[in-house]
Design a binder for this molecule. Sequence first.
Ligand SMILES: [Cu+2]
Length: 142
Amino acid sequence: MTAAQVAVTVAGAAAIAWVLWYFLWSRGRAAVASLAKGVQEIHVTVKGGYTPDTIVVEAGRPVRLQFYRDETADCSERVVFERLGIDTALPAFQTTTVEFTPRAPGEVPFRCGMNMLKGTLIVEAAGRDRAPAPSPHASHER
Ligand SMILES: [Cu+2]
């Protein structure tokens, strides 16, 4: 290979590494809630942090977060969603359910009682990818 080819290859590899870093590492351990019977549900393990720590849900549908606290450290004793008015105790080695319906798109941070462990709920606009195509008869119905 010529020096130019080597440079292009190295630049390409660096770009791929950057993309992987950006989506997998800098974004944390993101997960999309799965939909079951109209409820967006996800399991979160609490142990020195939240796994996943970034949860993607859709606005306007009920959300059920199942927090399993896999430790006794005082730090993770409570989980707080200030913007939703939620402050819930998480007993050790048990699953605690937190339910709510996010109304508006945006980011809702959550944290432990001491503001040390942190996570983010990303609320996306309703039906972003799931909305049916607009009816061709819509104009006649008005
Ligand atoms: Cu804490």
